[in-house]
Design a protein around this ligand. Structure first.
Ligand SMILES: Nc1ncnc2c1ncn2[C@@H]1O[C@H](COP(=O)(O)OP(=O)(O)OP(=O)(O)O)[C@@H](O)[C@H]1O
Ligand SMILES: [Mg+2]
Length: 275
C-alpha cells in the first residue's frame, strides 16, 4: 500500500504534465507536452533519438524546470515549488539515468545504498537490502567492486538496483534494457513487474526496445519532435491509426526510417571534437 504523504491530495495521478515546454539556448526540445500517469500506472515512452525523452524524464524527476507548463508529481507542483520541496519529492522518486550516472568513486554496494543512506533508512537493515537488490538484478556479491570494473550492462543493472532499492513511489527508467541481451531484458522487466506488484508504485519507462516496453507498460506515449504524437493502450500501439506511429513501432522501413532521418537531421551540427 502506498502511504499518503504530506502535501498529497491522495489518489489521482502520480504524474500530471500540462503544456510542458523546454528549450535550450535557441532550440526547443519539448513543446506543450501533456501526459497523465495514474498512481500504480505503467507508462512507456518511445520515439526517435533526440526527441526529448530523457529531457522529459528529468522534468518529471524534478531535475529540470520547464520554461512553461505545469508539472505535478506525487501531489506537488514542481514547476512552482521551492528547491527544498522539490528535493523532498525527489527522495520519493527513483531514477535510472540513461548513462547510469553511477558515482565512480563509490563501490557498487555504496552506490546502491546511497538512496537508503540519504533517505534516512535504519542503518542496520541497509546491507541486507543492498544485497537483496543486487541479487534481484543478477549481481549478487558484487558490493565491493568499483563501477570501472563493470561492463556497460552491469552498470545499467547497478543503476536499476540503486533506483529501486528504496522502494520509491515513482520509478523512472531511462533505457533500462539498452545493451542487455534478451534473457536479461526479460528478467529486468520481471523484476520491475514484481517491484510494482509489491509496492503499488508508478513506473515511467523510456525505451528504444519498443516490443519489450509495450509488453510491460499499460500505456504508451510516443514523442516526436518534442511533442506527444500518440498516447494509447500499449496493446493498440502496433495497429495505431497514425501511420507514422505504426511504422515506427513496427520498425518498418519507409515511414519509420523517415522519422529517424528527420530526428537526426534536426540535431545541430556538432562542434566536431575530431575536427
Ligand atoms: N542540457 C542540455 N543542454 C542543451 N541541449 C540539451 C540538453 N539536454 C538535452 N539537450 C538536447 O535536447 C534534445 C533531446 O535530448 P534527449 O536526451 O531528451 O533525447 P532522447 O529522446 O532521450 O534521445 P535518445 O533516444 O538518443 O536518448 C537533443 O537535441 C539534445 O541535444
Ligand atoms: Mg535519451
Amino acid at each position: 500500500m502506498t502511504a499518503q504523504r504530506d502535501g498529497d491530495a491522495g489518489g489521482g495521478a502520480a504524474v500530471e504534465l500540462q503544456g510542458v515546454t523546454v528549450g535550450f539556448v535557441s532550440r526547443r526540445v519539448l513543446t506543450g507536452v501533456t501526459l497523465r500517469v495514474p498512481r500504480g500506472g505503467r507508462l512507456g515512452i518511445i520515439g526517435p533519438a533526440a526527441g526529448g525523452k530523457s529531457v522529459l524524464l528529468k522534468v518529471i524527476a524534478g531535475l529540470l524546470r520547464p520554461d512553461a507548463g505545469a508539472v505535478r508529481v506525487l501531489g506537488h507542483d514542481l514547476a512552482a515549488a521551492r528547491e527544498r520541496e522539490v528535493a523532498a519529492v525527489r527522495r520519493r522518486v527513483g531514477m535510472l539515468f540513461q548513462n547510469y550516472a553511477l558515482f565512480d568513486f563509490l563501490s557498487v554496494g555504496d552506490n546502491v545504498a546511497f538512496p537508503l543512506v540519504h533517505g534516512g533508512a535504519p542503518p542496520e537493515g541497509i546491507e541486507a537490502r543492498v544485497a537483496a537488490r543486487l541479487r534481484g538484478v543478477g549481481l549478487a556479491g558484487s558490493e565491493r567492486k568499483l563501477p570501472s570494473e563493470l561492463s556497460g550492462g552491469m552498470k545499467k543493472r547497478v543503476g536499476i538496483a540503486r533506483a529501486t532499492v528504496a522502494r520509491p513511489e515513482l520509478a523512472l527508467y531511462d533505457e533500462p534494457t539498452a545493451g542487455l541481451d534478451p534473457v536479461t531484458t526479460s528478467k529486468i522487466y520481471d523484476l520491475l513487474r514484481a517491484d510494482q506488484a509489491e509496492t503499488g508504485g508508478t513506473c515511467v519507462v523510456v525505451s528504444s526496445d519498443v516490443a519489450a516496453v509495450a509488453g510491460f507498460a499499460d500505456t504508451i506515449a510516443m514523442l516526436h519532435d518534442g511533442r506527444v504524437r500518440w498516447v494509447g493502450p500499449a496493446a493498440a500501439l502496433f495497429d495505431a491509426d497514425d501511420p507514422l506511429v505504426r511504422s515506427f513501432a513496427r520498425g518498418e522501413e519507409r515511414e519509420g526510417a523517415a522519422v529517424l532521418a528527420r530526428a537526426v537531421a534536426i540535431e545541430p551540427p556538432g562542434a566536431g571534437v575530431w575536427s
